[in-house]
Ligand binder design. Structure first.
Ligand code: FES
Length: 106
């Protein structure tokens, strides 16, 4: 059964910012203009932390190791050397709280 995990209160993540929560895998929740997106924080190239080693540039996330880029909105690779998209997660805003939905392990 999928798990619904509380991330924080809405407003704790500023526009253009993010918060990382440590689950089975680290999940980064981004605020882009009031829309929230959740992605696996590990680069699919060599697994560094994208939020610790990389950069948010508009609606993309650039890896600081070899400069692969990913869409924050979709998790898709937008620049090599990564070839696999980032895993994405459903985000729920309920009242003034933000939650992320983590599916069962595959
Ligand atoms: S580890 Fe991210 S591009 Fe290589």
């Amino acid at each position: 059964m999928a798990e619904k995990i509380r991330v924080c209160a809405e407003g704790e993540i500023e526009d253009g910012g993010f918060k990382v929560i440590a689950l089975r895998e680290p999940v980064a929740i981004f605020n882009l203009g009031g829309e929230y997106y959740a992605l696996n924080d590990h680069c699919t190239h060599e697994k560094c932390s994208l939020t610790q080693e990389g950069y948010v540039i508009g609606d993309e996330l650039e890896c600081g190791w070899h400069y692969a880029k990913f869409s924050i909105r979709t998790g898709e690779v937008t620049a090599p050397p990564a070839t696999r998209n980032l895993k994405t997660y459903q985000v729920l805003v309920e009242g003034s709280e933000i939650f992320v939905v983590i599916p069962d392990p595959e």
